[in-house]
Design a protein. Structure first.
Length: 126
């Protein structure tokens, strides 16, 4: 996410307008902030596959669709607004469900790491 924040800062500091307005008016600036959304999309994908969350399944394709649609100009402003509203609502649901999720299932099965450590010890002793 550090690269995304660097993009946000670089764009925000070189223009007089607010960042969101800049990205809206100059879609190519998505290249500067898109890494943060790529990271979010990866998180949505993981949550959809690991926890079968409906909102994550919708958010996974929705974020790239919105970004690429805005950047290319293929999505009409009214449709873009509607999709952005859907994204915001589903993101709130996602964040609320994630905030009350138990930590151990989110971390995953740590026995894999113990197994890999044993394998590394075996190879070191050979």
């Amino acid at each position: 996410m550090a690269g995304g924040w660097g993009g946000f800062r670089a764009i925000a500091l070189t223009h007089a307008q607010p960042l969101l307005l800049q990205v809206y008016e100059q879609p190519f600036l998505i290249f500067g902030v898109g890494f943060s959304f790529a990271a979010l999309t990866g998180l949505f994908f993981k949550e959809a596959m690991c926890f079968n969350r409906a909102e994550a399944k919708v958010l996974t394709p929705l974020v790239p669709l919105l970004l690429l649609g805005h950047m290319s100009g293929l999505i009409q402003p009214g449709t873009e607004r509607l999709l952005l509203l859907v994204w915001a609502a589903l993101f709130v649901v996602f964040a609320l469900r994630k905030s009350v999720q138990a930590i151990p299932p989110d971390i995953g099965d740590k026995s894999v790491f113990a197994y890999l450590a044993e394998q590394a010890k075996g190879k070191a002793q050979s």
